[in-house]
Design a protein around this ligand. Structure first.
Ligand SMILES: NC(=O)c1ccc[n+]([C@@H]2O[C@H](COP(=O)([O-])OP(=O)(O)OC[C@H]3O[C@@H](n4cnc5c(N)ncnc54)[C@H](OP(=O)(O)O)[C@@H]3O)[C@@H](O)[C@H]2O)c1
Length: 263
């Protein structure tokens, strides 16, 4: 991918997470990998969850170990209720503790309302909303009654504002996850802080070229594309922010305010 990232590749968040343990779902590729590497650079130890991407997950763990941090791959199908129910405990036991959870894994199937079935809604809700909730609740249950604290970031989507008719069931699941971000921030405080990052299109689906992103910039207030680093910066900020909960940061070049009418 050509990289004209205005950040010059420098990370925005300088806070150190030495010794902290993090579980990131769908962490082996794309945005998850970027966030995992940013956490590793900040000193965190990582459980890299994957479903089908075993080799990329193992390769990322080796890369992280080469940077001097501990990392190990952990597999689970978040479409499977049983595997979802046990993932957090397995990761905790392997790491010895947990400080951060990044709910990044997602499915993104195309489909409009005309053809949408209950099964489509169910599949999207299971992976994109129910699994993050179950993992967050398991995290809280571990911390409840202790003085330890944890931080969760849910990956949402700028299209929470304005809808996504081309991915209707996906959209419903991200709306559910957005509401769960608020509810869990309230119900699982003070043990957990729960926040969200709502990315704009920064990394197109694998079948799209990078030109697709450039074609979208004309409608953005900031008139340029975003980069994976923009998303990982926001995620690391929220993980380390000690007085922020129930917050969603839109990292989208201003798309959501344009669609909100503030142009
Ligand atoms: N890319 C963007 O520009 C963009 C824009 C808006 C929002 N977002 C959000 O940001 C997050 C990351 O985006 P992305 O594009 O990097 O995600 P992605 O590549 O579409 O998916 C991330 C990972 O999710 C995992 N996953 C899918 N189904 C799973 C299942 N049944 N069980 C367990 N894991 C499963 C996959 O792991 P395996 O490969 O191991 O199977 C996949 O690598 C997502 O939540 C997405 O909705 C991204």
């Amino acid at each position: 991918m050509p990289n004209n990232d205005p950040s010059g590749g420098e990370t925005f968040v300088a806070k150190r997470f030495d010794g902290k343990a993090a579980l990131i779902t769908g962490g082996s590729k794309r945005l998850g990998r970027e966030t995992a590497l940013a956490l590793g650079r900040a000193g965190a130890r990582l459980a890299i969850h994957y479903n089908s991407s075993k080799e990329p997950a193992e390769a990322l763990c080796e890369e992280l170990k080469g940077m001097g941090t501990d990392a190990y791959p952990i597999q689970a199908d978040l479409g499977d209720k049983g595997e979802t129910a046990t993932l957090f405990e397995k990761a905790w036991d392997r790491m010895g503790r947990m400080d951060f959870l990044v709910n990044n894994a997602s499915i993104f199937p195309s489909g409009r309302l005309d053809q949408m079935g209950l099964q489509d809604v169910h599949e999207n809700l299971q992976v994109n909303a129910w699994a993050p909730f179950v993992l967050t609740r398991a995290f809280w249950r571990r911390l409840k009654g202790t003085q330890d604290r944890g931080s969760v970031v849910n990956l949402l989507d700028t299209r929470l504002v304005g809808g996504d008719l081309a991915h209707a069931a996906y959209h419903l699941s991200k709306v559910a996850l957005s509401e769960l971000t608020t509810l869990t921030a309230l119900e699982f405080a003070p043990e957990l802080q729960v926040n969200g990052v709502a990315p704009g299109a920064v990394m197109p689906p694998e079948e799209f070229s990078d030109d697709y992103l450039d074609s979208l910039t004309v409608d953005l207030p900031l008139k340029r594309r975003g980069y994976p680093r923009d998303i990982s910066d926001a995620t690391l900020y929220l993980l380390g922010a000690s007085f922020v909960t129930g917050q969603v940061i839109f990292v989208d070049g201003g798309r959501h305010i344009r669609l909100g009418g503030n142009t």
